[in-house]
Design a protein around this ligand. Structure first.
Ligand SMILES: Nc1ncnc2c1ncn2[C@@H]1O[C@H](COP(=O)(O)OP(=O)(O)OP(=O)(O)O)[C@@H](O)[C@H]1O
Ligand SMILES: [Mg+2]
Length: 262
């Protein structure tokens, strides 16, 4: 049990978290903590429970047991929009963009939600609010050097660009902690390298948890790595410690990968 003083200093603190599906323990008394500003990679074999962990942290799935606190506040019983209001944002393993809308329109929808404290997307808004919303969206895209993509329909962007826009929509909500589920899934080597440079430029005070199978991203970005195996933390440590961990080599990385990133 971690004492309260330590817990309050954490961006995320999870204790004894369990989630069952049909009698199977997908998350099994899992505990972990992430420090503010940290970039934490979550790795592990397919089916280890990584996405389930994100679903339970974000509140899309209800935990069976345990505690989750964000910046010292218990959120386990809160619905997802209340957790979002406390600074949590996430992206998904698959894109969730409106393909037939422009980049700017997709962004304006996110900003509308950010400014709407009821969390209701479809609440009537005064048309006077829209120019301001679009102005904010335009200056956000400019600050990310994406002004030239503003009016491009999302469906016309490359897959890699769509993934980056999806992640930026999470950043536009100005989160204190961002969960990224396999941002490079399905990407080419060049797109993956572009994504790495893109993520490296994120605000340094934003806490980031990133699920990844691409070791270039994991070892290029993470301050610390948590290895999940059958819903439990198998190992946790710096990239050097994880690379050298014989259990991690055995169940996931393999010695080739460990040596490549040594
Ligand atoms: N809604 C659900 N109902 C039943 N079982 C589920 C559900 N969601 C996930 N599971 C099961 O939980 C286990 C963990 O799935 P999860 O998606 O969390 O794994 P993962 O570590 O993200 O894997 P991957 O690397 O393939 O994305 C899997 O065996 C999966 O089949
Ligand atoms: Mg997954």
């Amino acid at each position: 049990m971690i004492e309260n003083g330590t817990k309050n200093k954490k961006a995320l603190h999870i204790e004894d978290l369990s989630k069952n599906f049909g009698g199977l323990n997908i998350l099994d008394q899992l505990s972990m903590s992430v420090t503010p500003g940290e970039r934490r990679a979550i790795i592990g074999p397919n089916g280890a429970g990584k996405t389930t962990l994100f679903n339970v942290i974000s509140g899309e799935l209800k935990a069976c047991k345990g505690s989750i606190s964000l910046f010292g506040e218990e959120v386990i019983d809160m619905p997802n929009h209340q957790r979002a209001r406390r600074g949590l944002a996430r992206s998904y393993q698959k894109n969730n963009l409106f393909l037939n809308l422009s980049v700017l329109d997709n962004l304006a929808l996110v900003l509308q939600r950010k400014h709407n404290h009821e969390g209701n997307w479809f609440k009537h808004r005064s048309p006077k609010a829209f120019p301001l919303l679009y102005k904010e969206a335009e200056s956000f895209l400019e600050s990310w050097n994406l002004a030239k993509k503003s009016h491009v329909k999302v469906a016309e962007l490359s897959y890699g660009e769509q993934r980056e826009i999806e992640i930026l929509l999470g950043v536009a909500a100005d989160p204190k902690i961002l969960l990224l589920d396999e941002p490079t899934a399905g990407m080419s080597v060049a797109e993956t390298q572009h994504m790495l440079r893109f993520l490296e430029n994120f605000p340094v005070d934003m806490t980031m948890l990133i699920i990844e199978h691409d070791m270039e991203i994991v070892f290029g970005l993470a301050d610390r790595i948590t290895v999940l195996y059958y819903g439990k933390v198998l190992a946790e440590g710096t990239p050097e410690e994880i690379r050298a961990d014989s259990r991690v080599r055995e169940v996931y990385l393999g010695s080739e990968v460990s040596e490549k990133y040594a």
